[in-house]
Write a protein that binds this ligand. Structure first.
Ligand code: NAD
Length: 358
């Protein structure tokens, strides 16, 4: 069977890691017909938008996409393509498994947890008002009328929407994920002691949903204490479900537990479409130098193969990655440095991709 998949190589290291990923997928023998689309900062310079309509049309048609990272300017400039794609296709569940592998260079062993991040709401919704604008002034005046002095008039405003529906579907997704994969615990992560309305709602919905899953243990943790727990004893965690912004931050923390961003895969799942992508960004500091570690995107492709109904190929990809890392002779600079404190003897992104494909 031929699978049509949209491929968005993206910015920075994106094209390099996408090429390695393609080679590995080809080696599985699964027939994937790639529909290549360009999105990101480079496209913005040429055509005035970082996300041309053709990309949206392609994803809508193929229903499955894999993308490299896309850059988002800090502070000003265009808005995130990832946020736009997640919103356009209502990709409400961001799933990021973090699994230790022999030779991953991490000081932690036996990490096996999954971050399930809500992907459409929270401070990430992008509802923001710049300081000094009439819109910000209007909101500030309205809040200060009820709670005098609550917001300084010079402030910028970001809105944190958390809905019961949005919370319920992501928590349910986390429980169903745990059930279908034989996982035993779900931990709801929040800051409901301070954000009683928004995070409080998320936590209460999670407590209610948990009652429908008596065979899965459930607990709630405050996000700051949860971060400390993850760093001290990651084996104490199984499935974590979080609102969007904490999920973003905790995902990178968890990537650090399994050898770094170069090894952390991910998927954005909706009811109609799915877009697979690594946790990391475009890594401009190493772009174009054949230094990137493509493992995260290769493992994202394994998640994609599972999604396409090709579990044998998905397992073969994961096994190949484990074998190459365990052997330790063909590893990229990030892993080499973690193992030996030096990048000497590291292979490039392309050579690592060949090794996994072989
Ligand atoms: P980053 O993840 O790009 O890089 C952080 C550090 O990790 C850098 O030192 C980088 O070299 C290293 N790194 C990341 N991926 C690596 C890999 N595969 N192999 C080896 N080393 C790797 O984070 P950043 O520098 O904060 O962000 C750069 C850009 O990426 C920004 O424009 C940001 O908006 C964007 N970004 C995009 C996505 C996405 O498209 N999903 C996610 C996060 C950040």
């Amino acid at each position: 069977m031929t699978h049509d998949v949209t491929l968005i190589p993206g910015d920075g290291i994106g094209p390099e890691i996408a090429a390695a990923m393609e080679e590995v997928v080809a080696a599985t023998g699964v027939d994937v017909r790639w529909r290549r689309e360009r999105a990101g900062a480079q496209v913005y310079e040429g055509c005035g938008t970082p996300l041309p309509d053709s990309v949206l049309e392609a994803v809508a048609e193929t229903k499955v996409a894999i993308k490299g990272p896309t850059a988002t300017p800090v502070g000003s400039g265009f808005r995130s393509i990832n946020v736009a794609l997640r919103r356009a296709f209502d990709l409400y569940a961001c799933v990021r498994p973090c699994l230790s592998m022999p030779g991953d260079g991490s000081r932690y062993r036996d990490v096996d947890l999954v971050v399930v991040r809500e992907n459409t709401e929270d401070l990430y919704a992008g509802v923001e008002f710049e300081a000094g604008t009439p819109e910000a002034g209007h909101i500030i005046a309205s809040v200060n009328e009820r709670t005098p002095g609550a917001i300084r008039p010079s402030s910028a405003i970001s809105v944190k929407p958390i809905s019961p529906e949005g919370s319920e579907r992501i928590v349910r997704y986390a429980f169903e994920y745990a059930l279908s994969r034989g996982r035993r615990r779900v931990c709801c992560v929040h800051k409901a002691n301070i954000m009683k309305a928004t995070d409080g709602l998320f936590m209460h919905v999670a407590e209610r949903v948990a009652e429908d899953y008596p065979d899965i243990a459930f607990e709630c943790r405050i996000v700051d204490a949860c971060c400390m727990g993850l760093v001290c004893d990651p084996a104490d965690f199984d499935v974590l479900v979080l609102p969007n912004l904490y999920g973003d931050i905790v995902s990178d923390l968890c990537a650090g537990l399994i050898g770094g961003l170069g090894l952390a895969p991910g998927a954005n799942i909706g009811s109609e479409c799915a877009i697979f992508e690594a946790t990391h960004g475009s890594a401009p500091d190493i772009a174009g130098k054949d230094m990137a570690n493509p493992t995260a995107l290769i493992l994202s492709a394994a998640m994609m193969l599972d999604h396409l109904g090709e579990p044998g190929a998905a397992d073969a990809v994961r096994d190949a990655v484990r074998e190459v890392l365990a052997e330790g002779t063909s590893v990229t600079a990030d892993i080499c440095r973690a193992l030996t404190d030096s990048a000497e003897g590291a292979v490039g992104c392309a050579a690592y991709g060949h090794a996994v494909a072989e």
